[in-house]
Design a protein. Structure first.
Length: 316
């Protein structure tokens, strides 16, 4: 029987075709003959305790000038889909969490949701790394100025991150004696009302922030090192970084072995680990990227690896 696949994503007309990992997944699913149904997050709803979706049939093409065609909208129970890819980008806010509750209802009725909705809620992309302290740099998560100032005094050079962002958004590097320290802390914590993460600055960022992709706990053997542009400390491609492919180091493989069993147990089929130097800095589970770049560099088919695992789970 031909699988029926739904995807929840940001508006497809706004994606960057050459870089979009969701499109790579859809192209592979279509190549296999799967039926594809497109949804945005506002298309998810609950009716008389039944998780539902306003969805449209979707065809995709690997053509930057014309990459999709949508059919007429239909409304169906999500449980009629074999698999749903939850690929909505952050912000990870309450609306995102509400959507995971709806998708969890579908998962309880037998639909395979990738990644599992409970795991999406539990695995905050910044905080989830705290389960692996042997892999991470010195870190503090707090709302209080005093905690952050002590951490800055101890390490002298730190990076501040919001807990719900993506793409390098609102990341600050802060050094001892910076005259903007007060206003940066006020802004990041909304005057001590929001949690923020601080990590010791890792000078190895000059060599790149490596994105390591995992499919059901198995690492792709090459990573994409995202290298900051001159004068910048963020390697994110969305922040102007450049990319090069690198083989996984022994330390990278060791980090993967620490993390993979927990991800697999949680139902996280597709994840992206961020590694700077010897340290794990983030675990990305909402909508990890870099499939298309690694596919082009190494003639891979990472989406094929993912769809193979999905097929195995559907056949059960």
């Amino acid at each position: 029987m031909t699988p029926s696949l739904g995807i929840v994503m940001d508006p497809i007309e706004s994606i960057k075709v050459r870089k979009d990992s969701s499109l790579a997944m859809l192209l592979e699913a279509q190549r296999r003959g799967w039926r594809i149904h497109y949804m945005e997050m506002d298309g998810l709803f609950l009716l008389h305790q039944e998780p539902m979706g306003h969805m449209r049939p979707l065809e995709v093409r690997d053509d930057p000038a014309d990459w999709f065609a949508l059919g007429d909208e239909v409304t169906r129970p999500l449980a009629e889909l074999d698999v749903v890819l939850m690929r909505k980008d952050p912000p990870f806010d309450m609306e995102y969490i509400y959507a995971t509750y709806l998708l969890e209802q579908a998962a309880a009725r037998g639909t395979l949701v990738v990644n599992h909705p409970r795991a999406l809620r539990d695995a905050n992309e910044k905080l989830y790394a705290a389960w692996f302290p042997q892999c991470t740099p010195p870190t503090v998560v707090t709302r209080r100025f005093a905690d952050l100032l002590r951490f800055l005094e101890r390490h002298g050079d730190i990076v501040l991150k919001p807990l719900g962002g993506m793409g390098g958004e609102s990341i600050f590097r802060l050094r001892s004696g910076d005259p903007n320290t007060g206003v940066i802390l006020e802004t990041m914590t909304a005057r001590q009302s929001k949690y923020v993460m601080a990590q010791r600055f890792l000078p190895e960022i000059e060599e790149g922030d490596k994105r390591i992709l995992l499919v059901d706990g198995e690492a792709v053997p090459w990573a994409l090192a995202r290298i900051p542009r001159p004068g910048e400390t963020r390697g994110n491609l969305a922040a102007g970084g450049t990319a090069k492919g690198v083989p996984l180091s022994e330390r990278d493989r060791w980090i993967v072995k620490q993390v993979a069993p927990r991800l697999r147990e949680a139902g996280i089929l597709f994840a992206g680990l961020d590694v700077i130097g010897d340290y794990l800095t983030e675990i990305n589970v909402t909508s990890p990227t870099c499939i298309r770049e690694l596919d082009r560099l190494y003639r891979l088919n990472i989406s094929g690896m993912l769809m193979d695992r999905i097929e195995q789970k559907l056949s059960g």
